[in-house]
Design a protein around this ligand. Structure first.
Ligand SMILES: [Cu+2]
Length: 138
């Protein structure tokens, strides 16, 4: 092996180490969070899980992680409704969303909803005046 050859090998090793060091620093197993795509996409952009409850009394509520929802970030969410009475329903409306359980229905139902910036309202239709709530999406 010539001296020139050895020098070249040394350079390649150095480059390889530099690249490896750089790679281990910036790369990780998870890709960076995707920002909202410019084009319309059906893939969930963000969001999480929302819990809607109605009944058994004259109560209705919407929580996320146990906290009452007042504001949310736009995105796709799973709405899990626990409708605990056959005299109430859980009806959520707002930009692009209109989902409800039947009044006579009693049990759990899940919806996938995509929330956009704007005001949303949920209520029990038969008792809308007393059983309702609102939140804002931005
Ligand atoms: Cu009701």
């Amino acid at each position: 092996m010539t001296r020139r050859h050895l020098a070249l090998v040394g350079v390649l090793v150095a480059v390889g180490l530099a690249a490896a060091g750089c790679g281990s620093k910036s790369s990780s197993s998870t890709p960076p969070p995707a920002s909202t795509p410019a084009t319309t996409s059906t893939a969930p952009a963000s969001g999480g899980t929302l819990d809607g409850t109605v009944g058994p009394g004259f109560t209705i509520g919407l929580t996320e992680g146990g906290t009452a929802v007042t504001t949310l970030t736009a995105g796709t969410y799973t709405l899990n409704v626990n409708d605990q009475a056959d005299i109430h329903n859980f009806h959520l409306t707002g930009p692009g969303v209109d989902v409800t359980t039947d009044v006579s229905f009693k049990g759990k139902k899940s919806f996938t909803i995509t929330l956009k910036a704007g005001k949303y309202h949920f209520q029990c239709d038969p008792h809308a005046g007393a059983m309702n709530g609102d939140f804002t999406v931005s």
